[in-house]
Design a protein around this ligand. Structure first.
Ligand code: DP6
Length: 372
């Protein structure tokens, strides 16, 4: 597949009015994406667990404009409130995807979104938010082209989501998704995410992710800026090579169920991500003292309990605690007894690996068939 495959051919009908609703999840990377080139192409392949509980629900209503013009017309509402400050991000998303969705300027859109997690939780909502919008737009395209196959639908949804936010490419399907070309993953691409087709050991089924909300504030440096700083980073080349090697190692681990090696790769990836931030110019630190306290507690508990609990980090201070489903009871007890005091207002979210986005509603309210 190349970019050109995502430019639609002739549509079979015109939808004058309609509405689609999608529930789309967040994801947590095991091998991290950090560094990209235009247009949103990753410098290395990454792999993530699709999450289940952390999601965005988005409804997109569309109506054909009565008078044609040359602008993107839409309003965006978040949790019921009109959000003018979200508009520039959506406008630049529409600009990037217009060539693949040439009908965008012919419509007025109303976008309503809500997250299952608190907005100010420090959990990045770009993966679930942008993938939800991409899926709604794909449902709209499918209404106008009903013969579209579901594999193409998902691939293009991931492709569009990536153009909104890189990690959103991994939020369409589950439970494990690879984004970025890698020799050992058949069909992998820098353009979109693919579900991992190889056999995965049952220990990774419904893998648990308890997200400890250490800091709910605005980040000092955004991911977008962080990615840019990889351009002149002294360790960039080694990092991109290491990520590819870690993905190779992770593929073997996922097949064999080697949890000790899983822990090594996942924690090393998390710390390397933050090491890249600390060695950028300008340098920055997103971890907080409580992030470090939690990491040390996890290491101590793992040594004494022999359980397979480990941590990973996103571009922020929150800690994702990962562990197999069968160790859930003991690890949750540990989290409640020893880790919640390091969370803001003792807040944490229990999540697990999930199966991807779900369409909640799709309806054409008025349409016209086009001549063949
Ligand atoms: C640290 O996907 O948020 O979470 O492409 O600029 O939108 P943009 O960045 P984003 O990058 C986040 C990267 C990460 C690691 C990962 O999810 O792989």
């Amino acid at each position: 597949m190349t970019e050109r495959n995502f430019i639609p051919e002739k549509l079979s009908s015109i939808q004058e009015k309609g509405q689609c609703t999608w529930k789309s999840p967040s994801n947590i990377a095991l091998v991290k994406y950090w560094g990209k080139s235009d247009p949103q192409l990753p410098k290395n392949p990454s792999i993530s667990f699709t999450l289940d509980a952390c999601h965005t629900i988005t409804t997109l209503s569309f109506k054909q404009k009565e008078v044609k013009d040359d602008v993107f017309s839409f309003d965006i509402f978040f949790e019921g409130k009109k959000k003018e400050d979200f508009k520039p991000k959506i406008t630049s998303f529409f600009e990037r995807i217009e060539i693949y969705m040439p009908f965008l300027k012919a419509y007025y859109f109303e976008i309503h979104s809500e997250n299952s997690f608190p907005h100010s939780s420090g959990i990045a909502s770009s993966a679930s938010g942008l993938s939800a919008i991409a899926l709604c737009l794909m449902s709209m395209e499918k209404l106008m082209n009903p013969s579209m196959e579901s594999s193409y639908f998902n691939q293009k949804a991931s492709f569009l989501a990536r153009l909104g936010s890189g990690s959103a490419a991994r939020s369409i399907e589950g439970e494990l998704v690879v984004w970025g070309t890698h020799a050992e993953v058949a069909g992998s691409s820098n353009l979109y995410g693919v579900t991992l087709e190889q056999a995965v050991h049952p220990v990774f089924k419904k893998y648990q992710d308890t997200i400890l909300l250490v800091d709910k504030g605005e980040k000092v440096v955004s991911s977008t800026v962080g990615h840019q700083l990889m351009h002149k980073h002294p360790f960039a080349a080694q990092r991109f090579e290491q990520a590819s090697q870690n993905l190779s190692a992770m593929l073997a681990v996922l097949k064999e169920g080697d949890l000790d090696r899983f822990i090594e790769i996942v924690e090393s990836e998390a710390l390397t991500l933050h090491a890249m931030m600390m060695t950028s110019m300008p340098y920055f630190i997103l971890m907080k003292p409580n992030t470090m306290e939690i990491i040390q507690k996890i290491w101590d508990f793992r040594a004494s309990s022999k359980l397979h609990v480990c941590f990973t980090l996103d571009a922020g201070a929150n800690v994702h605690v990962l562990y197999p489903e069968k160790e859930k009871e003991a690890v949750l007890e540990f989290i409640e007894n020893e880790l919640v005091d390091f969370c803001q207002k003792k807040h944490y979210i229990c999540d697990s690996a999930g199966n991807g986005a779900v369409c909640l509603k799709k309806e054409a309210l008025s349409s016209t068939k086009l001549e063949k």
